[in-house]
Design a protein around this ligand. Structure first.
Ligand code: SF4
Length: 638
């Protein structure tokens, strides 16, 4: 049956809302397929505003992969701002896709990509606007299957009540598996109804269906055990790993946004995974092993993507892009090729060493020489040993001196506050470091016009990392340390006035910590916050700490906000995500946590022998790094 577009109802409301263009769709490279010609319909959601959601690589990849199938279609939906939400409620308009403005409720699946847990309340808004029951248990066959993905899905327990399934890891192949299952189940006459389909999902071992697992608690509030409650369901759900990125060169034709977005460039992922072993970094841990894309594929993707979009900037993405084994050759060849076209190239994550300045120089050949960002993360040498960020202050000063000497005028340094074992003194060392950076820059250039920005984020311990057992610092401690740091930076006016300081206060981090390491009991908190008006919690102007604290106090019993956040866990505690397999051995993570407390560093397995984190042996994989021996960038006709 054809599905009616909601656009005729929506259009008259658009002049009354902010940035109406974000709801219109029709971007270059967007697709609208015939509803009746395919068996499986996916709505893909990024649970934030269009300006943040549109550039998301994960959604763009799945959108293309699914739309290339003859038996499926995919459309996108984003969180609507509160002004439109109010009008949609007033006028009875449901959550819609931006591609064909079809109602999300009509799709077979709603796939939601969570880069951060602060998007959870936006999921509830979308479900409610769509007319989909908030609780998975209340849905029937007429409702879409709600599937969570993205990094936050590695602990989906806080949203276990609201999602039907969660998929861990790489999505390219996983969405194909789910599409096949839905298509076959529909063709078979929907045996077993909604539960029948979810059993098929869970039985693959690659989809976690929370309702098929029971959680028992100990009298002290900790989890006693999580067990499957059906025989077909495995003890643990395993993450998906795409082993040959060259076979999945997506996105081929990235979407070109209509409205302003946070990134307006073409992004090519040059490798996936990271083995540097920064102990706070969930992305680095859960995306192992390292898998490089070959430089000929990268070259083709850049060429094809630029033709398809007309973008003037290309970002070479990964968790530590300078670690690609052929990055030097890649940088030189891309810079040679695009110098005349004024296409600028960027490498978002920059390591602290001279080689990276060379790379940055190559990349800036055809564009602006604006700023360089380095991430020492911890203020003191001791703290950097704790977090396994092997950067010395001397390295940093040497590197920034080189950068300033070669014409870079702005350096940004990124740190975290609230790290395990951190003291006020560790944080205050950031002030001394920033002063030394300004001194070094003045010496290298002979100019006083040197800028350095110190940017500080709150540390949030994440599941599947060595810091998953750590206690968070309370927001008052974080705020006091940051106040003292500001005073220390400004104590020397001649240096301090050239140092900018940007930071967030500690409260949003604490709530992110609750949502990251929470269990199923946190679902009631999310729902209460949402009922109290919580929306767009990742935006400081919408976030309300009082609302979260109030909801915790009113719905949690026997445990509280501090229990979930500022409490250190023991070795024997069952963690809410222990039944979700990221490939990492829990014992290895624990040993690495003990090494952190002992201030011992762990090498990178790219360059040293395997230290047996478990990923390769558990998942039957291996790191894949070059050089590949493949030809370099193909010369394509212009
Ligand atoms: S198993 Fe060994 S080689 Fe594989 S990611 Fe872990 S440490 Fe590296």
């Amino acid at each position: 049956m054809p599905i009616r577009s909601l656009f005729p109802d929506l259009e008259p409301l658009l002049p009354r809302v902010s940035k109406p263009i974000q709801y219109v769709g029709g971007e270059l490279n967007s697709r609208v397929k015939d509803w009746d010609c395919v068996a499986v319909h996916w709505a893909l959601m990024y649970p934030d505003a269009y300006e943040v959601g549109l550039p998301n690589q994960g959604v763009q990849i799945l959108y293309e992969v699914l739309n290339e199938r003859v038996d499926a279609l995919a459309e996108r939906t984003y969180a609507v701002w509160p002004d439109l939400e109010a009008l949609m409620r007033e006028n009875g308009i449901g959550q819609f896709t931006v591609d064909a403005h079809r109602p999300v409720a009509a799709f077979d699946l709603l796939g939601v990509s969570f880069a951060t847990e602060l998007g959870y309340t936006n999921l509830l808004t979308a479900l409610d606007l769509a007319g989909i029951p908030l609780h998975a248990a209340d849905r029937d066959e007429s409702h879409p299957i709600v599937v969570a993905g993205g990094h936050a899905a590695f602990n989906p327990e806080p949203i276990a009540d609201f999602v039907d399934a969660a998929v861990l890891g790489d999505g390219e192949q996983a969405v194909g598996v789910l599409t096949d299952l839905v298509r076959d189940w529909k063709q078979d006459g929907r045996p077993g109804g909604r539960d029948g389909l979810l059993v098929r999902f869970a039985a693959t071992g690659g989809s976690y269906v929370p309702r098929f697992y029971d959680v028992d608690y100990l009298p002290d509030g900790r989890i006693a055990a999580v067990r499957p409650n059906r025989p077909e369901v495995p003890e643990r759900a395993v993450k998906h790993t795409v082993m040959d990125l060259d076979r999945w060169p997506y996105p081929k034709a990235p979407l070109v946004p209509l409205a302003e977005t946070v990134h307006e460039r073409m992004s090519v992922e040059i490798f996936r995974g990271c083995t540097r072993g920064c102990r706070f970094c969930q992305a680095g841990m859960i995306t192992r092993p390292v898998r490089e894309r070959s430089i000929d594929t990268i070259g083709s993707m850049v060429e094809q993507g630029l033709r398809a979009t007309g973008f003037g900037e290309v970002g070479l993405l990964s968790l530590s892009s300078a670690d690609h084994s052929e990055i030097g050759e890649l940088a030189k060849q891309l810079a040679d090729r695009y110098e005349d076209d004024k296409v600028s190239l960027s490498l978002p994550s920059t390591r602290v060493d001279a080689f990276n300045i060379e790379l940055a120089n190559e990349f800036s050949r055809s564009g602006r020489r604006s700023g360089l960002t380095f991430a020492p993360e911890g203020g003191s040498e001791r703290l950097r040993r704790v977090i396994n960020k092997m950067v010395s202050k001397d390295d940093l000063i040497r590197t920034v001196s080189t950068a300033y000497a070669q014409g870079w005028r702005q350096v940004k340094l990124y740190f975290m506050c609230g790290l395990p074992t951190e003291t006020d003194e560790d944080v205050l060392e950031i002030a001394a470091m920033s002063h030394d950076v300004i001194r070094a820059g003045r010496e290298a250039t002979g100019s006083r016009d040197i800028r350095c920005t110190v940017s500080i984020g709150g540390f949030v311990p994440k599941p599947h990392t060595p810091f998953q057992w750590a206690a968070m610092a309370d927001p008052e401690t974080i705020d006091r340390r940051l106040r003292r740091l500001r005073e220390a930076i400004n104590a020397d006016r001649s240096l301090g006035r050239n140092v900018g300081m940007r930071y967030h206060d500690g409260q949003p981090s604490l709530i992110e910590g609750l949502l990251s390491r929470g269990d199923r009991r946190v679902g009631a908190v999310i729902e209460q916050v949402w009922r109290d008006g919580g929306r767009f919690d990742g935006w400081s102007e919408h976030f309300s700490y009082a609302r979260w604290v109030g909801a915790c106090a009113s719905v949690l019993r026997g445990v509280d906000l501090a229990w979930f956040t500022t409490r250190e866990r023991d070795a024997d505690e069952v963690l809410p995500w222990d039944h979700l397999d990221s490939g990492l051995d829990k014992q290895w993570l624990w040993d690495d946590w003990q090494d952190a407390l002992g201030e011992f560093e762990q090498d990178d397995c790219r360059w040293t022998p395997c230290f047996d984190c478990g990923v390769c042996s558990n998942l039957g994989t291996d790191i894949q790094i070059g050089p590949t021996g493949r030809p370099l960038l193909p010369v394509l006709p212009r």
